[in-house]
Design a protein around this ligand. Structure first.
Ligand code: HEM
Length: 156
């Protein structure tokens, strides 16, 4: 296999690990641990964490899309005659990207504004009602993507 194709597969895998692993850490580990902090400090911590993690997620998205379509056309002959699991991978991938884009531009932008204005109860509502469900869905979809990507070839 050409070295560039191998590089695309490696980058796709590593980037998926970093995105989904990052969500897992924040959602299942940092969030419960941070409950020991008073709300203003806790919410400010999350603003700082997300402000650093989300630019990385944009980079992960670019790499996943470029390497995913690269691999698709190199090994599976392009969009025609493609196994169903690859179709599922890219549809779920775009759903994850759309959810992240909405999270970033709508509730997260509002959350940051409330923290800067020191409106902590309002920021907490945005975090619990708007941001948390999207993050939970993307964690589930990201794990599903990993299962599809690694086992799809053996389904039939
Ligand atoms: C959005 C467009 C995407 C496309 C076109 C795409 C395409 C592909 C292709 C062609 C494969 C190879 C399957 C095989 O070897 O049988 C693959 C594997 C994989 N994909 Fe994606 N993918 C996309 C998004 C994502 C996303 C968002 C994630 C997770 C966050 C992800 C995670 C994986 C994993 C873990 C594998 C298995 C390891 C590997 O081959 O890299 N993919 N993907």
């Amino acid at each position: 296999m050409p070295i560039l194709d191998q590089l695309a597969i490696a980058l796709h895998t590593v980037t998926a690990i970093l995105w989904v692993g990052g969500i897992f850490l924040v959602f299942r580990v940092l969030r419960p641990a941070a409950l020991m902090l008073e709300p203003p400090l806790r919410l400010t911590l999350f603003k700082e964490v997300f402000s650093r993690f989300f630019p990385w997620v944009w980079l992960f998205i670019v790499v996943l899309v470029v390497t995913g379509y690269w691999d698709w056309s190199a090994r599976f002959g392009g969009l025609e005659a493609t196994p169903n699991y690859i179709q599922a991978m890219h549809l779920i991938g775009w759903l994850m990207i759309a959810l992240f884009a909405w999270l970033y531009f709508v509730p997260f932008a509002q959350f940051k504004r409330y923290i800067e204005e020191k409106k902590f109860p309002e920021a907490a509502v945005i975090m619990n009602n708007k941001m948390r469900p999207i993050i939970a869905i993307n964690l589930f979809l990201g794990v599903l993507e990993a299962v599809i990507g690694t086992t799809g070839l053996y389904w039939l």
